[in-house]
Design a protein around this ligand. Structure first.
Ligand SMILES: C[S@@+](CC[C@H](N)C(=O)[O-])C[C@H]1O[C@@H](n2cnc3c(N)ncnc32)[C@H](O)[C@@H]1O
Length: 401
């Protein structure tokens, strides 16, 4: 690791104080213990290759390792997301904590929060990452943190049970070891991905499995190893792809590509388009046959697909037709109205079904934090309940208040 000379830029102490202030202003930090942890840990020492400004940026990650395609497989997570998840975890002095997915800095925050009588173990599947984390932790004085190289899918049974397990890679499922590794009143904070969209969910143990107490939008590098996502991808044409992790969804690339050449049908909901991340979550978990539609800039600029698909949008798909969300300006309110674009022989019925859902969300559930998640381990019931998503080790359900 080569440290860069930042002596002409800002001093780290000043940047850190600014970061803590901004994290409080932006509702990342809500409690004094988390503020004290962020003020204490010399964050830049965990990203010695990065410019100081990047290390102390609230919303940007610091790249650590990429795969052969140039995609990030390890990053130092953004400070805001770390603060949100640490608040979700509700860590107290003396607790025993397991972090799955290492880097060093979050483990240092955890050590600050549990204090000298607590215990922090951090595990990563990648030896390079653990060696790097170990070096940074030791240099910054966090010698007490334990580092382990292993696939986090199996937890770290040696130290179990843990009061808190915090996962810092996007998980597609919750393996049995994470539940059995929790103390009776333990809490799991995990970025859980459903059909390409991820929420950091704080789960408490209950009689049947896990019950959520809060959730927040999150972006993470994907979990590797045994727990990696099961996902299908269909390229409809250059720059247009559909992805789904639901085995029941038909992904007929040829027929759906053909559908895109049929006239587009637009339907408008009359409902406001706002709280986009909450709406996206609702659509992803309530559309009966959902895939995520991605279109690149060029396809969008040609007008074939709406801009909503630039970062991925929940699409309702059948064998030969597709419908997805869009929006338009609402001259009366100054905001936006949500709507649907559909193509293919079943465009009308898919668009109607989609619009119904947009209206239901706007009418009944349009607020922050309206969903409650459950994770029920064990074999999936047959037939699968409509509000359930099947995983390898159990099912995820989401209900809206
Ligand atoms: C976003 S980084 C972790 C950031 C870190 N917690 C920090 O302090 O900023 C995600 C890490 O998860 C690790 N990872 C991915 N799959 C894993 C698995 N199955 N078990 C353990 N670690 C895994 C990656 O190697 C990567 O280092």
């Amino acid at each position: 690791m080569t440290a860069i000379d930042d002596s002409t830029v800002r001093d780290p102490d000043g940047l850190r104080a600014d970061m803590v202030r901004a994290l409080r202003d932006q509702d990342g930090i809500k409690s004094e213990p988390v503020a004290a942890a962020f003020a204490a840990v010399p964050r830049h020492q965990f990203a010695p290759e990065a410019p100081l400004e990047l290390a102390y940026d609230l919303h940007r990650t610091v790249p650590v390792k990429k795969d052969e395609h140039g995609l990030d497989i390890s990053v130092m997570s953004a400070a805001h997301l770390q603060a949100v998840m640490l608040e979700q975890a509700g860590i107290e002095p003396g607790m025993k904590v397991l972090e799955i997915g290492s880097g060093g800095v979050n483990a240092a925050y955890l050590q600050e929060l549990v204090g000298p009588d607590g215990d922090v173990t951090t595990v990563d599947i990648d030896r390079d990452i653990i060696d790097r984390a170990r070096l940074c932790l030791d240099n910054a004085g966090y010698t007490q943190v334990k580092t382990v190289v292993a696939d986090g899918e199996c937890g770290v049974p040696d130290g179990a049970p843990y009061d808190r397990i915090m996962v810092t890679a996007a998980a597609w499922d919750i393996p049995p070891s994470w539940i059995s590794g929790l103390a009776e009143k333990g809490r799991l904070v995990v970025p859980l991905t459903v059909c390409g969209t991820t929420r950091s969910i704080a789960f408490d143990r209950d009689r049947d499995g896990l019950l959520s107490r809060s959730y927040s939008l999150a972006h993470f590098v994907p979990m590797q190893g045994e727990g990696a996502a099961e996902e299908r991808k269909a390229m409809l044409r250059d720059g247009v792809a559909l992805r789904t992790d639901d085995v029941r969804v038909p992904l007929n690339a040829q027929a759906l590509d053909h559908a895109l050449d049929t006239p587009r049908l637009e339907r408008w909901s009359g409902a406001a388009y706002d709280l986009p991340d909450e709406l996206e979550l609702y659509l992803t978990l309530n559309l009966p046959s959902v895939a995520r539609l991605h279109a690149d800039k060029e396809v969008i600029e040609r007008g074939l697909i709406e801009a909503s698909a630039r970062l991925g949008v929940p699409a309702l798909v059948s064998e030969d037709s597709i419908a997805y969300r869009t929006r338009r300006e609402n001259g009366d309110t100054g905001g936006f109205e949500s709507g649907v674009v559909a193509h293919g022989p079943q465009a009308e019925s898919l668009a109607d079904e989609y619009v119904k859902l947009l209206r239901r969300w706007a009418h009944d559930h349009r607020r922050r934090g309206a969903a409650t998640f459950r994770y029920l381990p064990g074999p999936a019931p047959s037939p699968l309940p409509r509000d359930a998503v099947r995983r390898r080790h159990g099912i995820v359900t989401a209900t809206w208040r």
